[in-house]
Design a protein around this ligand. Structure first.
Ligand code: SF4
Length: 236
C-alpha cells in the first residue's frame, strides 16, 4: 500500500478532532496545521521511472492522511487530484472525511455514480454526528463506502445506516487526556454489523479503556495490538 498527501493541514471541525494526531505532531515540530499547503509531491502517483512505468505501485493508496480530502481550502487543487485518481485506475484511493456534507460540491463532472477506484470513509464519533452525517452519506453516489467510528466517544446505534456500507472501523482515542472507550460500545457496533452482514474491524483501543466496568490505562504503542488481540474482526 502507498500513501499520497496532495496537500497537508486541517482545521478542527468536530468533536473527534480534539486530540487530532496531525495537530499534535505539528505542534511538536512547530508547524501551523491551519496553514493548508499544496504538497511538493502533488503528482506523486503519476511520476514515472525512466522505463515509463509508474513509480507508485498499483494497489491501495491512503489519500490525504495529513488532512481532509474535502477541506474547503483545497477546493482549487481538487480537480487536478481527481484527474490523477482517474489516470491511476490500477490504484484504489481511500480517504477519510469529517466533511461528508461537502461531498457533492467536491466531485468531478464525470463522477456519475462514483469512480470504481475510490473508497470514501465517513468518520463519526457520537450519535449526534452519526445521525447527521450518515443520513447524508447513505444517499451519496459512491461505489465503495466505509464508516470509521474513531475516536468513538459514546455508545452509538448506526444499524439503520449500514445498507451499502462495505466496512465499519472502530477505535478509541489516543491521548493522556483522551475520553474513554468502553468495550461494550465496540461490541454493540460489532453486533449491528453482523446483523447487517457488514465487515467490522476493531482498529485500536483507547488510552483510557473500560472493559466489564474496569478502567485500564494503556500505552499508545499498545493500542492497536491490544485491539488485534481481542480477535473480534468480522468479515461476512
Ligand atoms: S478533520 Fe481529521 S485531520 Fe482535520 S482536524 Fe479533524 S481529525 Fe484532524
Amino acid at each position: 500500500m502507498s500513501r499520497w498527501d496532495p496537500w497537508r493541514g486541517c482545521h478542527r471541525c468536530s468533536e473527534g478532532c480534539k486530540y487530532c494526531y496531525i495537530h499534535k505532531g505539528d505542534a511538536r515540530r512547530g508547524i501551523d496545521t491551519s496553514n493548508i499547503v499544496r504538497s511538493e509531491k502533488f503528482s506523486r502517483p503519476i511520476e514515472k521511472k525512466k522505463n515509463g512505468e509508474y513509480k507508485m505501485a498499483p494497489g491501495l493508496v491512503y489519500l490525504c492522511f495529513s488532512g481532509d480530502f474535502l477541506l474547503e481550502d483545497a477546493d482549487e487543487w481538487r480537480a487536478e487530484a481527481w484527474k490523477i485518481i482517474r489516470e491511476r485506475s490500477d490504484c484504489t484511493f481511500l480517504f477519510l472525511t469529517k466533511r461528508i456534507e461537502r461531498f457533492m460540491e467536491c466531485i468531478p463532472s464525470d463522477w456519475g455514480d462514483g469512480y470504481e477506484n475510490v473508497v470514501v470513509c465517513c468518520t463519526i464519533e457520537n450519535q449526534d454526528n452519526a445521525d447527521r452525517k450518515l443520513s447524508v452519506f447513505q444517499k451519496l453516489p459512491i461505489k465503495h463506502k466505509q464508516i470509521t467510528a474513531q475516536p468513538l466517544i459514546e455508545a452509538i446505534d448506526i444499524e439503520r445506516y449500514l445498507d451499502g456500507i462495505e466496512a465499519v472501523v472502530v477505535g478509541g482515542e489516543s491521548d493522556r487526556n483522551a475520553r474513554p472507550l468502553d468495550y461494550a460500545w465496540v461490541l454493540s457496533i460489532r453486533e449491528q454489523c453482523i446483523r447487517k452482514k457488514t465487515a467490522f474491524y476493531f482498529r485500536q483501543c483507547g488510552t483510557h479503556f473500560i472493559k466489564d466496568g474496569k478502567k485500564y490505562l494503556l500505552q499508545v504503542k499498545d493500542l492497536c495490538s491490544q485491539a488485534r488481540k481481542a480477535g473480534i474482526d468480522y468479515e461476512p
